[in-house]
Structures are given as C-alpha cells and as structure tokens.
Design a protein. Structure first.
Length: 579
C-alpha cells in the first residue's frame, strides 16, 4: 500500500495526537494502518460517529485481521456501562412534547398552549444538559442556546420553572420512575467517570463530539487520537463541540483527498474562504485533489433541509416519468415526521381545517395554522417550521406526492439499484457518490454577509458554510451546483456544472436537470420546449380547476404564460369533444 508522507508521519507518531483530515483523505486507511503497526498493544478502542460507520469500521478492521481493535459508538459504549448495571428501561423514541406535559403535569400558565411551549423548552434544556460536560443543570444557562427574541422573552419569564422541571425530568429517569432516553444514559455514563481499559483510544469525527463524551475521553489514561475535520462540524444544533479545537494535542494533517479531483478541491477551498466574512483568523486550508474519474454509477441529490429535498424529489418524480427506483438516505418515513413524532399529515390537516383527522395531541389543540406558527416562534422548533413551509407550498398535493415517492422507494439492502439517491447533508455524512446535484437551499455568500450584519452568532453561520463544504465534497466525479452557490472565482470544469442560473430562492427553483444525463457535454434542453406528458396535463388541469392563475401555473411548470394558455385551450377543447 502506497501511503502519503502525511499518513506515514501519523502512523509513526507517539503520544496524544489530533488529525485534521480533509474530506476523502483516507483517514480510515490511516487509522487502520495506525492500529496495524501497534499489534503488540493489548487493546485499542475505536469510537465511531454512528451505528452505520461502526458497522463499516468493524468489517474493515476484521478484514485486516485486527482483532485487538474494539469498535463502539459513544452510545453503545455508554449503554453497556449504565443500562444493564442500573436496570433501566429505554424509551423507544424521544419523549414527545405531549408526553412531557402529562409526565410533569405542566399547567397552562399564560393563555392557550403555554404548557406545550414549556414542555418543548424543558425537553431541549434536558438534552442540552445531557450532552454537556457539566455535573449539574444549574451550571448551564439555557438562554445561551436561544436566538429568537420571542423565545428568549418566554424562557426568561419562566426560567426558574423550566429549570426546576428539567431537574425533575432528570430525577425521574435517574430513579427509574420513567423510561430513560438515549441522551440520559450517555450523561449517566459521563457522570460515573468510567475508566476505559484500553492502551489506545481513537476518537473519529471529533469535530462533532458531544462535550459529555469528550469529557470521558480526555479523562482516560490511554494514548488518545482524535480524528476529524474542523470544516465538517455540522451538529452544533445538537450541542456538539469541535474536539480538535478543545485539545492541546500535537496536530497532524491529512490534506490530500483521494475522493475527488483538484477542480472539486479548489471549489471546496473557495467555499471555506467565505469564513473570512465572519472571523478574523486565517481560514485557508490546502486541499490536494488526487481523485480520478471512474464513471458514474451512484447519483445523489443533496439538500440542506428536508423541505428542499422533498421539493426537489417531487420535481424529479413528477417530471421524469421513467424514474422508477429511488432511495432516501435514512428511509423516506424519517422525512415526513419530526423528531417528536409529529406527522406532516397532521400539519396538513390543521392547515386544511380537517381537525377530526389530526392524531398528534399537540397539533390537535391548535386552533389554526397561525397558532402553530406562533408556537414555533416561541419554541424555535425548526422541524415543525419546515413542515409548515411544505404544507403551505404543496397543500393537498402532499399525500399524492408522498404516495408516489414511497411507491418508487426501494429498501436499504437494494440501495445500489437506485437510479437517484436523495439525502440531506446530515444524513449522508461520511458517504460519497459518483455524481451529486446540490439543491439551492444552502447559504449563499451574499446571504452570509447580510446575516452577519444582523446577527452576531458566528457559530451558526460557520456551520452553514460547513454544510455546503460537506455537500460538495461528497462527490467522487461530477458536481452540479446552482449558480448562486458558486464562489465568485471558481471556474467551471469537466467535473463542475452550473444549474438553474435564474433561480432566486430554493422554493422558486425551476431547474430540473438530472445528474444522470447520458452525456456531460449535452446542453440542457430549454424548459419551454419540453414536451407535455399525460402526467403534466393532469397536473395542469387539476391546478387550473382549483383556481390557480395563469402566471402561477407558468411558474409552476416553467413555461411562458402563452404556452400555458395554449395548452389549457387544447386540453379543454379535447374534453368538450369527448363529452
């Protein structure tokens, strides 16, 4: 195996180290070789980021005959140390807002639904504490996590009550009175100050470590290795921290990517330079792209949000009738439910005034969609906010859209058969595809500058840049990217293609070019010359009968108003003749 000088230097290092590894730089290969050269060590613990990475890493170490390496996630490790020992029972999913209301007997202290607003903040404060390295809830200031002014006002007014009920929730789990959450047993593990009996501990994806697990890691006597990429930190909303910045270990770099070409590497570096707008220190990093073009087998569409992804997936299945097999990373059902179990259909039924069909207790109590939006403002519930946006844009078309998506969706064990894979950046973390198309719902450089002037929260802006960086570096070969997301000085190439040059916002996006075009040199056919199909005709007539105006139909179908009127005339005349 030919290793780079950087890799050899890491493998031959001694003592505690941290490795800043750019996307596709062979960090797993490096770690495997690091472990292989330490066969005399009695044991090595490798901490993977999630279950899928754990399974993949276990297989790789096993295939190399490295049986002295134990692969765990933070939660799998904590589970064995705490759950069995204390006889806890785990709640299958996160506790819903309604469950918190009932469990803690929360009152409606100020008008309608305030018990649910309180429950939402109690749940979030609980998660904040469990992921922190603090020993008591009182050591944290929950207000530090809130940016919306209405939410800040509400929490400030009821802070002592929220704090006391957060403590009560933790105490109920600790005593075994109620089932525990996954966040709880990780926190319990940290507070027990466990001793991990390994000679080496290798901590992967260190840029997104929870402070709780990081505290456990730093307290071990083992030789410690942190691996990560400062610019791939995208889990700040889960209270993650960048362990590479928290440690004083000797720093090593892996700056050569074997995934993509220098063209993609140059684009990635230009995106990272956007950080100059929000921080003073230098942010330039060298990335050498040594990936070679291998053809296109796996194709993916990547979005910043569930909303952006569902909109793009809808365009594909509606306008590309030959598309028969698709796959959503993490399963399609996870895109139609919020983390607390709220269904997209419940939000739709509230919006359409079909309250008798609503199943979720929280949504059922809402008088209107406007009241739900007021709740969202007071809680900063991002997932619910995205659901409202989807419902407002697609309304009663949603059930039909989801039905079509599910009919075309294949099982995870057949993923390689998918013609197109759809994913958000968070769900495809650590994965790669031959060709990807970026949805236009990421931050632009212009938006970044404007938001910096309005908000001092540089951490969130930094993470927005990281999300785009992670997205573009998932490709091994071809990248389709919206014009608005392209850095000013990044030229096109044989690997980088511009899409939807006229788009002004994610929800206005009309570009439908697929990453599966048979020839990369073939120009996109003009939308106005695209042939009408039976599916498009049915959609056109249906929307027209619902009262949609000509200009709105023109925007929806990416046609001129004249073309819309002509098609409607032809279809309506045909219907008359049939009668």
């Amino acid at each position: 195996m030919d290793l780079t000088d950087e890799q050899n230097t890491i493998i031959n290092s001694t003592g505690n180290i941290k490795i800043n590894a750019v996307a596709g730089s062979g960090k797993t290969t490096t770690i495997i070789e690091y472990a292989r050269t330490r066969l005399k060590a009695s044991s090595i613990l490798y901490l993977a980021f999630n279950r899928s990475v754990r399974l993949e890493a276990t297989k790789k170490f096993f295939d190399k005959g490295l049986h002295h390496v134990k692969v765990e996630t933070a939660h799998s490790l904590a589970y064995r140390y705490t759950v069995f020992k204390h006889g806890y029972t785990i709640h299958s999913q996160n506790y819903t807002t309604n469950e918190i209301v009932q469990m803690l007997d929360l009152p409606s202290v100020e008008g309608r639904l305030t018990e649910y607003v309180l429950a939402n903040h109690i749940n979030r404060f609980f998660s904040y504490f469990c992921n922190s390295d603090k020993e008591t809830i009182q050591e944290l200031n929950y207000l530090d996590t809130i940016s919306d002014s209405k939410a800040q006002y509400f929490v400030s007014k009821y802070y002592e009550y929220i704090e006391s009920k957060t403590q009560a929730l933790y105490s109920k789990m600790n005593s075994g009175t109620i089932e525990i959450s996954h966040d709880f047993y990780l926190k319990k593990f940290q507070l027990l100050s466990p001793h991990l009996n390994y000679d080496y501990i290798l901590f992967d994806e260190g840029q997104d470590a929870s402070p709780a697990m990081l505290d456990v890691f730093f307290k071990q006597q083992s030789v410690k290795v942190i691996v990560g990429d400062t610019h791939q930190q995208i889990y700040g909303w889960r209270y993650a921290v960048n362990s590479l910045e928290k440690s004083d270990f000797k720093t090593y770099n892996l700056s050569t990517s074997f995934r993509f070409s220098q063209d993609i590497a140059n684009l990635a570096m230009e995106i990272i330079k956007w950080k100059r707008h929000i921080q003073e220190e230098a942010v330039d990093i060298p990335i050498t792209g040594k990936g070679t073009v291998q053809g296109v087998k796996s194709k993916a569409v990547l979005a910043r949000t569930n909303l952006g992804l569902l909109l793009k997936a809808t365009k594909y299945v509606m306008e590309k009738e030959t598309l028969s097999q698709i796959y959503f990373e993490g399963n399609i059902n996870s895109y139609t439910y919020a983390s607390d179990g709220t269904s997209l259909y419940d939000v739709l039924n509230l919006y359409s005034d079909r309250k008798r069909l609503i199943k979720d207790n929280l949504i059922k109590k809402m008088k209107s969609i406007e009241e739900l939006e007021e709740y969202i403002e007071k809680t900063e519930d991002i997932q619910l906010g995205m659901m409202v946006e989807i419902v407002k844009n697609y309304g009663d078309e949603i059930p039909g859209i989801i039905k079509i998506l599910k009919e075309k969706h294949i099982n995870s064990d057949e993923k390689e058969k998918a013609e197109i894979i759809f994913s958000t950046v968070h769900r495809c973390k650590g994965l790669e595809y031959d060709a990807i198309q970026i949805v236009n719902d990421f931050i632009t450089e212009k938006d970044l500058i404007q938001r910096k002037d309005k908000s001092p929260d540089t951490n969130k802006l930094n993470e927005e840049i990281n999300l785009l960086y992670v997205a573009v570096t998932r490709t091994k070969n071809i990248l389709y990217i919206p014009q608005m997301l392209m850095p000013e000085h990044s030229p096109l190439s044989q690997q980088i293609y511009i899409t939807n040059k006229s788009s002004q916002a994610a929800l206005e996006e009309t570009e439908t070019e697929s990453v599966i075009a048979p020839s990369l040199q073939k120009k996109k056919a003009s939308e106005k010359n695209k042939a009408w199909t039976e599916t498009l005709d049915r959609q056109l007539i249906g929307l027209y009968k619902e009262g949609m105006k000509t200009d709105e139909l023109a925007q929806r179908f990416s046609r001129t108003q004249g073309a819309i009127r002509a098609r409607l005339k032809k279809l309506l005349m045909s219907a008359v003749r049939k009668v």
